[in-house]
Design a protein around this ligand. Sequence first.
Ligand code: GLN
Length: 548
Amino acid sequence: MAKTKFIFVTGGVMSGIGKGVATSSIGKILQSKGYSVTAIKIDPYINVDAGTMTPTEHGEVFVTDDGLETDQDLGNYERFLDTNILSGNYMTTGRVYLSVINRERNLEYGGKNVEVVPDIPLEVISRIKRAAKTTKADFVLIEIGGTVGEYQNILFLEAARMLKTENPEDVLIFLVSYLPVPNKIGEMKTKPTQYAARSLNSVGIQPDFILCRSEQPVDEVRKNKIALFCSVPKNHVIASPDVDFIYEIPVNYDDERLGEKILSALKLKVKTKDLKDWRKEVERIRGIDKKIKIGIVGKYFNSGNFMLADSYISVIESVKQAAWSNGYKPEIEWISSEDFEEDPKSIKRLKQLDGVIIPGGFGSRGIEGKISTVKFLRENNIPLLGICYGMQIICIEFARNVCGLKGANTTEIDQETKYPVIDIMPEQKKNLKEKNYGATMRLGAYPAQLKTGTIAYSTYKTEAISERHRHRWEVSPEYIETLESKGLVFSGKSPNGKLMEIAELKQKDHPFLLGTQFHPEFKTRFMKPHPIFNAFMKAAVKGKEGKK
Ligand code: GLN
């Protein structure tokens, strides 16, 4: 087997320029040339995983099949590379230090003086190598979070330097940089990129490639300048202008012949050329002009649209994939459920939508507004997909308004409720009592059995499924019979029949009202919308076309 190649992706100038998507796109390009690829994300913060951070602070918490709560970039890797990325491909400063300290406590350093350098970078390298070994990928891409020049990621850059020094033939360093065009000057500036390259130089790293993020493609004059002042061959300065949608990026890289250039730098050959389907799909999406309106009803605070897009990225990408597959461009409307609590009549605005999603969530804020949302959509035959908390809310609404259990609730909000239709399992009770919050939810992939003759079954076309979870509460077994007797169908259950995984209304009662206790959004891939989102979108399209 050929030796594994490692590509580090660092960021310069500023954050938020799309390093994760750049990493995913480099991976896609290498896959299209016939190589297997995996990607690792390194986050500089002390949190041991992303589970304890609020999404408004850090963006979505993505969950891997093997149950780690990670950064949203792993979702991008999965969607672009169409492969499962597992927990070994994610690390934070906290995670790395924790294992070094634990090993030291267990005398595994044999009495040696354990030091920040080299022991922390060595631990990082050993994790990277472990991921390479388990995935057996030809290429391991390692995205280093943060921006070069800051303190926080310095030990990760040191790991990159050490690995490259030992294996100069097998390691490449990318710098993803930003070239601003200041309004008053009207000219694209390369100096910040030069500083970023110098920052890398100052920690002993010379970038091999520079990806130039900018509004317009970087021109030849500036490519020359960057090449000269950053000591990079000119054909390794790659234009990466803004795009309408992220899946165009691999196409742009391919047009810049990035794959060929990487392979030639590593003395490898192009084995296949296979970006054809991807290109065709990008072209098709560009040409779509029909629009469909999807509302996302949640509790939103202190956040402009940008923040929201980050907090719900997998949901949004799933909506897009499903809409594109059905020949539509989605128009997403963010709706704060608290608005319906303040002004109940305003709920009528939901009528303008072709479909609504109530995504996952925690805590009591905005919950009554979400319950009213379910009621309105149920009574007005508007398609609804409830995800996790959304599914629990579907059950609460049904219990209250169809089964007549007034005041039914989840014990997450009301511990004294007379009808705890959503309740916590005993082992979770213990976790909460001991304030044992980190990584203790029901996390990762669990199997479920589907009931034939249901929407769920006709959606998946199979009885056995596996989906990713992230929650503590469950539908209480005490209420299943009551809910089912009034027409709510639990069409997906855990294999032992105890945990309710999917709740739906019969098609004769509603065009599409379905909730999943799991998060289908984590398994959408480019060109492969998740079946649940696809079924929801088909119902939305049917409703929209019916209205005409
Ligand atoms: N708060 C709910 C629970 O913990 C739902 C979580 C979610 O939507 N991810 O069960």
